[in-house]
Design a protein around this ligand. Sequence first.
Ligand code: GLU
Length: 296
Amino acid sequence: MHYVGRFAPSPSGPLHFGSLIAALGSYFQAKSCHGIWLVRIEDIDPPREIPGAASLILKTLEAYGLHWDKSVVYQSQRTEAYQTQIDHWLKEGTAYYCECTRKAIKNAGGYYPGTCRNKKLENNGQRAVRLKMSEPVISFTDRKHGQLTIPTKLANEDFIIKRRDGLFAYNLAVVLDDIDQGITEIVRGADLIEPTGRQISLYKILGQSPVSYVHLPLALDNHGNKLSKQNHAPAIDITHPKPALLDAMIFLGFEIMEDIKTAPVDEIIAWGVKNWQLSQLPGTLKVTPRFSNAFV
Ligand code: GLU
């Protein structure tokens, strides 16, 4: 089977050190397996998007020597496919409309207890769509970390596939796209371990063969918080990529010789592809980076 990997950023801001880790890890893994590496812009949540972020992300990837194969896929162009699948499940009775508020679910203990499962509610433009969970996944094997478990209550929840505001849910879009793009392995940050259970459930419900997973350690800031757009992680430098590139590669477990450090970006990336192996990754799921190359 030919390897197809991907990087799937949301355009909610410029790339930061944490997203660079995911981009590099997925790239090195795909290219060292002689595979292709695709980029998908996950732009289906307009309230969280920043104008211009998608094109800035693509330019930044290029500046870091990360060149994608095939055209970039935009989730905003794929909504018909998501709706077709939802309509099919609604018709079949595999999905249903739900009128429960967040507060009601919180009062019920935090997990959705299936209140609307058999109510046969109609669409009134204000209801979420939930999927009946017939294939709960409580653990899966990660190629780096071995068996990872998902909280049972979470795994059994009838989760939302279309939100009450009409936006498509991340888990549904990601799985339909990964299938459509023929992705064979998903390499991404450890913050996405919990959704992986739901995503494997979706593969099963859709009768699709599973893919493999590698979760990369999360980069933490000095306060122990995840580096993220929500936490205002600084954008990585697009004009001088080398300091952040080298720091991200050190974070990913590379031991970089002095002569590589002085090489041009494309050569550093090619060296990374040649030397990459999963065993070099830190064994823990959270790591505070040591910024040795003046990247702040
Ligand atoms: N779009 C998601 C994010 O930026 C990543 C999705 C994925 O890799 O599955 O966090």
